[in-house]
Ligand binder design. Structure first.
Ligand code: NAD
Length: 246
C-alpha cells in the first residue's frame, strides 16, 4: 500500500508513534523514526523494521526547535531526495488546573504540541510543493475537540492542530497534498498509564465501544490516510475514540 514511500514519524520511539512507524513500514514505507529521548528505544524499532525486511533510520531532533527540524528535513532529502508522508505525532502533557498552571507548563506544551507541528509542516510543505504530492497527518486529540479540565494547555494546542490542518488543507490542496488530523480518544500508552484505575474504569464506562483504544487503532487510520485509498480526503479530523467524543 505504501511501497517505497518515504515517511517521517515524529516522536516515534514509543507509544502511538512507534505503532505508526511499524505499521507504515509493514505497508512498505521507508520510515524515519524521529525521537527526542531514548536513542536505544528508537534503534530497537529500526532493528525490528529491518528484521521484518523493511527500511528505517532513527533521527534525533526536538520538534520544538526550529533549526533542528530544518536540519532534519534537509538531511532526509539529502539521503532520500523526497518526503512522501509526514506524521506529526510528538506530544507531551503538563496537566494542571488553570490557577495552578505555570507559564512554563503552558509554553512547554504549546511549543512541542503546536509549534512543533508548525516547524515540521513548514519544512515538509516546501518539499511536497516541489514534488506536487504528499500526505500530512497530524495527531490531535479528542481533548482538542471537546476540552478537558486540567488540560488548558494541551487542549489549546490540540485544537490548534485541527485549525492548522484545515488551513494547510486549503493552502496545499491544489498541489496534490492532503492534510488531515487524527484525534485519538483514550489509548493504552505510557501517556495514559499514569491515570488511576478507577478513572480508567469511569472513562471506559463513558466510551460507547466500552474499551480504551489500542495504538494499532490509530496506526491503521494513519496508514489509510497516507495511502492512495484516501486521495480525496483532506482537511478532516478523524476521531478514533470508540465514540467518546461524538
Ligand atoms: P507518549 O508519551 O507515549 O509518546 C510521545 C512521544 O513523543 C515520545 O516518544 C516522546 O519522546 C516524543 N516527544 C515528546 N516531545 C518531543 C519533542 N519535543 N521532539 C520529538 N519528540 C518528542 O505518548 P502517546 O500516547 O504515544 O501520544 C502520541 C501522540 O498522540 C501525542 O501527540 C499525544 O498528544 C496524542 N494523543 C495520545 C492519546 C493517548 O490516549 N495516549 C490521546 C490523544 C492524543
Amino acid at each position: 500500500m505504501l511501497k517505497n514511500k518515504v515517511a517521517l514519524v515524529t516522536g516515534a520511539s514509543r507509544g502511538i508513534g512507534r505503532a505508526i512507524a511499524l505499521t507504515l513500514a509493514g505497508y512498505g514505507a521507508i520510515v524515519i523514526i524521529n525521537y527526542c529521548g531514548s536513542k536505544e528505544k528508537a534503534e530497537e524499532i529500526v532493528n525490528q523494521i529491518k528484521e521484518n525486511g523493511g527500511t528505517a533510520i532513527a533521527y534525533q531532533a526536538d520538534v520544538a526547535d526550529f533549526e533542528a527540524v530544518k536540519t532534519m528535513f534537509s538531511d532526509i532529502t539529502k539521503e532520500y531526495e523526497r518526503i512522501d508522508i509526514l506524521v506529526n505525532n510528538a506530544g507531551i502533557t503538563k496537566d494542571n488546573l488553570i490557577l495552578k498552571m505555570s507559564e512554563e507548563e503552558f509554553d512547554a506544551v504549546i511549543n512541542t504540541n503546536l509549534k512543533g507541528v508548525f516547524n515540521c509542516l513548514k519544512q515538509a510543505s516546501r518539499i511536497m510543493l516541489k514534488q506536487k504530492e504528499g500526505r500530512i497527518i497530524n495527531i490531535s486529540s479528542i481533548s482538542g475537540v471537546v476540552g478537558n479540565p486540567g488540560q488548558a494547555n494541551y487542549c489549546a494546542a490540540k485544537a490548534g492542530v485541527i485549525g492548522i490542518t484545515k488551513s494547510l488543507a486549503k493552502e496545499l490542496g491544489s498541489r496534490g497534498i492532503t492534510v488531515n488530523a487524527v484525534a485519538p480518544g483514550y489509548i493504552n500508552t505510557d501517556m495514559t498509564a499514569v491515570l488511576k484505575d478507577d478513572l480508567k474504569e469511569k472513562v471506559t464506562e463513558l466510551i460507547p465501544l466500552k474499551r480504551l483504544g489500542e495504538v494499532e487503532d490509530i496506526a491503521e487510520t494513519v496508514a489509510f490516510l497516507a495511502s492512495d485509498k484516501a486521495s480525496y480526503i483532506t482537511g478532516q479530523t478523524i476521531q478514533v475514540d470508540g465514540g467518546l467524543g461524538m
